[in-house]
Structures are given as C-alpha cells and as structure tokens.
Design a protein around this ligand. Structure first.
Ligand code: NAP
Length: 209
C-alpha cells in the first residue's frame, strides 16, 4: 500500500492487516508509518515499513526486487499515494509543480506497476488497485495537473488490465469520491470535514476489490 502514512492509504493498510494480510506500507513520513504499525500490531497483524519517496524511480525498481527476494510474490498492490498540486488555471501552473504531480501520481504508478507485475503474476490471484478521482472525467476547472494525471492513471489501469486478461491478475482503478483527508482539506479549504465520508469506510470498499 503506497501512501500508507495517512488518509485513505492508512486505513486501507489497516483494514488489509485486520483481514490477515502482511502489509508493506510505503510513504515518506516515518511517524505516520510507525503509527500505522502500532495500530496494526494492536490488531494482531504485521507490517513492513518502507520509508520511500515515490519520485525516486530507482527506489521503486529496488522495492520490487526486495519483495521478490523476501516473499517471491505480491498478492495485492494498492497504488494510493498521490499529490494534489496547486489549484490554478492550467496556464498558470509552474512547470516544476506540473512535473511533481505527474511524477508522483503517474510516473511512480507506472514504475510500480512495472516493478511488481512479475510478483502479482506469481500470486494465485494478484490484484492491483489504482486510486483515481472523479475529476479525471468531470475535468473540473483549476484542478488541471491533478485531473490530467488521474485520467492517465485510469488509462494505465485499463491498458494494464487488458494486457493481463489471460492471467489470474486483475487490475482496477477506484474513484473513492470526496473523503475526509488532508488532501481534500487542501483542495476545498472552506468545507466542513464532518460532512465528508470517513476514510475508514472508503478503505473497506477498496479492500473488497
Ligand atoms: P492524503 O491524505 O494527502 O495522503 C496521501 C498519501 O500519499 C500520504 O500517505 C503521503 O505520504 C503519500 N505520498 C504523497 N507524496 C508521496 C511521495 N512523493 N512518496 C511517497 N508517498 C507519497 O491523500 P488521500 O486523500 O488519502 O488520497 C489518497 C488517494 O486517493 C490519492 O491518490 C488521491 O488522489 C485519491 N483521492 C482522494 C480523494 C479525497 O477526497 N480525499 C478523492 C479522490 C481521489 P507522505 O506524505 O508521508 O509521503
């Protein structure tokens, strides 16, 4: 599970652990990963913490190798980590900001897909879930880089799913809908978070897949 240090990824990792999965939890924030580890241990589960910046493509390649050496397979990938970038007209987005959103949301998801595909194939029923967003389709003004990246992630998921159709691996992308997390608060600052669905409930839907 990438982006497991907070928000939707945190509770998806926790729910998977509650159901008996050994969770490989990826994010940059060590404190968030350690908190997750404590919560997983409290449920009697186990996790491996991987502090990693997903803009480091070589590290993503290495992660696949490490999972192979240690477990020989991967049953479930939840490619959940993401960044919003700035809310602004596309003509005002700085190149560096656009690149950052594309790197974390799209490049890292493809790189991860490439890195773990042999491991998903080695599972008896490999599953990959890629986190998308409704703005991939609504094309909401000012959410440019983020919306573009998520549309690309969905296409990545569809192409990848088609390539693996004759294997036991299944790929799905999920739009979680507006959810009470730090990203949503950044995107819509004036909103009352208590009106939004809890990431714990969203996590249960993701885990069903
Ligand atoms: P969040 O609370 O901001 O969490 C994002 C996660 O991504 C964090 O764990 C963060 O960990 C990780 N991350 C970001 N940049 C990273 C990097 N460079 N390397 C490694 N990890 C990185 O966001 P969220 O709302 O839970 O969103 C989860 C997913 O759902 C995202 O893909 C988002 O686009 C999607 N989504 C959310 C909503 C919503 O309303 N919340 C709606 C539609 C789609 P660190 O900062 O510790 O690295």
């Amino acid at each position: 599970v990438t982006g497991a240090s907070r928000g939707i990824g945190y509770f998806t990792a926790l729910e998977l652990a509650r159901l008996g999965a050994h969770v490989i939890a990826v994010a940059r924030t060590v404190g968030g990963l350690e908190e997750l580890d404590d919560d997983i241990k409290a449920l009697g589960g186990t996790a491996t913490l991987v502090p990693l910046d997903l803009s480091d493509m070589k590290a993503i390649d290495a992660l696949g190798g490490q999972i192979h050496e240690r477990w020989g397979k991967l049953d479930i990938l939840v490619a959940n980590a993401g960044v919003l970038g700035v809310i602004s007209p596309i003509s005002h987005i700085k190149a560096k900001e656009f690149d950052k959103v594309m790197t974390v949301n799209l490049d890292a998801t493809w790189r991860l897909a490439r890195s773990v595909e042999p491991l998903l194939r080695a599972s008896d029923a490999g599953r990959a879930i890629l986190l998308s967003s409704g703005v991939a389709h609504s094309c909401r003004p000012f959410w440019g880089a983020y919306a573009i990246s998520k549309a690309a992630v969905e296409t990545l998921g569809r192409v990848w799913a088609a390539e693996l159709v004759n294997t036991s691996v299944r790929i799905n992308s999920v739009n979680p809908g507006a959810t009470r997390t730090a990203m949503r608060a950044q995107a819509v600052p004036g909103e009352d978070p208590s009106t939004l669905p809890d990431p714990r409930d969203v996590a249960k839907k993701i885990v069903k897949l």
